[in-house]
Design a protein around this ligand. Structure first.
Ligand code: FMN
Length: 371
């Protein structure tokens, strides 16, 4: 047989104690199909379709408590019923030989009273209300500013959720410190208007996130903990006046834990250069500063992924929309096969099949069972 050169994306990599067979990670994606916040049998189908031997999958944002929710059908991991429902999902992924991390999340003020216990106000670092979402028309409720003495309770919610994730069989957790949710509402200076020890200086604004990192590391061991950050993002009215300093400060805190597993950072939005969309590639200094495995995400395709991997820009790349629409994405990259197009209209709908488990595999691959 003709020898085919292995593309950089398909080379093996050792992430802490975990042996990965390739660099194509499933990025966390909220899919709104966990009815009543409980993962369903179709959740297992969806993730196992995307599992490969030695691949790494990250779940959708998964709520750590009853106050953490803000999307219909996003799963939780705070009740015994939720933990029990995750087990067959994790088993299905493990059966295919993949690693599975649970992204644990709290939306903070990206919520409404309807999602909250007893119709209370969503909690946040602030009582500033988020602007309504222009696309979906969602009007977020006015949040309630957490008192400093309540914060240790939220840290405990994360600690418990992390322990639950391990009980459900996950290989580790990814702390969702990105995209304008609760951690960013503390970390970023456009949102955080506190005057106590959780507001003001960079150190104070990052205190809550660092407390959660420390608590989860204590609970699980650093070798099973990753974090996702998006210092450059401006989602949900969360912008920082110095995203580079923010990213570096957080990395310093992660590096205090020997063997902290991974740091996953989202690129700034695509820029238009000479009429073409381009990834700004601002993450290299973070990669250099961080001691563990580095994951980059945001706008990557096969060509761009291979290019940056060959340059040593990152260790792994998380793919979102392309993986959503191509359950056998690593295989397609390997073969340089054409890709299915994603259908944005079904990203967040509740159907258990349409736009979820019905994206086709390559025809000749027999549902990817060989992987
Ligand atoms: C439908 C959808 C849901 C998403 N949900 C999450 C989420 O729950 N947590 C998260 O960190 N990012 C979430 N993201 C962002 C993706 O993980 C990823 O960073 C983004 O899609 C950019 O990568 P891409 O260009 O490869 O799609 C979501 C993206 C999409 C398209």
């Amino acid at each position: 047989m003709e020898h085919q050169e292995v593309i950089p994306l398909m080379t093996p990599y050792k992430m802490g104690q975990f042996e990965l067979s390739h660099r194509v990670v499933l990025a966390s994606m909220t899919r709104c199909r966990a009815y009543g916040y409980v993962p369903q049998p179709h959740t297992a189908v969806y993730y196992s379709q995307r599992a490969t031997r030695g691949g790494l999958l990250i779940t959708e944002g998964t709520g750590v408590s009853a106050t953490a929710q803000g999307f219909p059908g996003s799963p939780g991991i705070w009740t015994p019923e939720q933990v029990a429902a995750w087990k067959p999902v994790v088993d299905a992924v493990h059966l295919k030989g993949a690693l599975f991390f649970c992204q644990i999340a709290h939306v903070g003020r990206v919520s409404t009273n309807d999602f909250q216990p007893d119709g209370q106000a969503p909690i946040s670092s602030t009582d500033k209300q988020l602007s309504p979402d222009a696309e979906s028309g969602t009007v977020y409720s006015k949040p309630r500013r957490l008192r400093a003495d309540e914060i240790s309770g939220i840290v405990d919610d994360f600690r418990r959720a992390a322990r639950n994730a391990i009980e459900a069989g996950f290989d580790g957790v990814e702390i969702h410190g990105a995209h304008g949710f609760l951690f960013e509402q503390f970390m970023k200076d456009s949102a955080n208007d506190r005057t106590d020890e959780y507001g003001g200086s960079l150190e104070n604004r990052c205190r809550f996130t660092v407390e959660v990192v420390d608590a989860i590391v204590q609970e699980l061991g650093a070798h099973r903990v990753g974090i996702r950050l998006s210092p450059f993002a401006d989602y949900m009215d969360c912008v920082d006046s110095d995203p580079v300093a923010l990213g570096h400060y957080m990395i310093q805190q992660l590096n205090k834990h020997k063997d902290f597993l991974y740091c996953h950072i989202v690129e700034p939005r695509m820029a238009i250069v000479d009429g073409h969309k381009q990834i700004p590639h601002r993450l290299l200094p973070f990669r250099k500063a961080f001691n563990g495995t580095f994951i980059a995400a945001g706008g990557y395709d096969r060509e761009e992924g291979n290019k940056v991997m060959a340059e040593g820009y990152t260790d792994l790349i998380a793919y979102g929309r392309l993986f959503l629409a191509n359950p056998d994405l690593p295989r397609r990259f390997e073969l340089d096969a054409p890709l299915n197009k994603y259908d944005r209209s079904t990203f967040y709908t509740q159907d258990p099949v349409i736009g979820y488990t019905d994206y086709p595999f390559l025809e000749d691959d027999d549902n990817n069972e060989s992987n």
